[in-house]
Unconditional design. Sequence first.
Length: 304
Amino acid sequence: MADDLLASLVIAVLGGDRREEEVIRVLASAGACVRTAGRELAADPRPAEPHPSVNAALRSADVLLAPLPSLGGDGRVWSALAAAPIYLLPADIEGMARGARAIVGRANGCLRDLAAKGFLQLRELADDDELAILNSIPTAEGAVQLAMQLSPVTLHGSTAAVLGMGRVGLTLARLLVAIGCHTLAFAEERAARARSLTLGCEVASLDEIGRIAGRLDFLFNTIPAPVVSRETLAGLPEHAVVIDLASAPGGVDLAASRELGKTAVLAPGLPGKVAPVTAGRLLAQVVRDDLLNWSGKGRGGRCL
């Protein structure tokens, strides 16, 4: 019954990476007509239909699916698999079915304006709790993998700091504790501190990071604000590894880390890099549920 709702939809998948392969697989298996654009270097599952342009893929489509990285202000759509840059323009949206659905990571101003004018219904996944919590698992595993590759010491028996006890921070802290790493959780909210204690972490305030830096073998940041300064980096041991998981603009002074000779890396988008199949399945689950809820309210289309 659920698949019958999806089978009536024409869905255009723009750009992205290997994660979208899983989304395409799930939607196509449910009978949806799936078109793609900006994925020339992909091996997308059949019966997905490659189109030569964004405009062609969106013509009369019921659903637009763009990748999780934000749409550029100029309409550029992120894609690791495009032969050339691709853009989503107002004329492309206007060619879609009236009242179409747009599922994107984060929309730009133009897309929001078109949604406000009633050209489409907009769903942004960047702040979706369900997807963020699910994605925290491959993010945490990827962060640990990267730390192991960069460090001359094991995580087991070491001391690590996790800055920010949000969705990613909590999952990462749980994993570090399970490995046998003495984990310091830096958080300001009382509830986050309490959750950190239940995981077996030592709790500290962000204003203590400079004083504690000399104890750290690893520092993981999840806060998208300048929280790891030159002074903090200078206080780290020579072998310490710093991994910034925060969304732009990040929270680590990477320029200072280079000048100081510290090992520090910015690591955005880890789910799509270290576990694209799992991350794709998680994304497909969220997209499928959204479309079932939306199409169940009477929206449909046909494959042209």
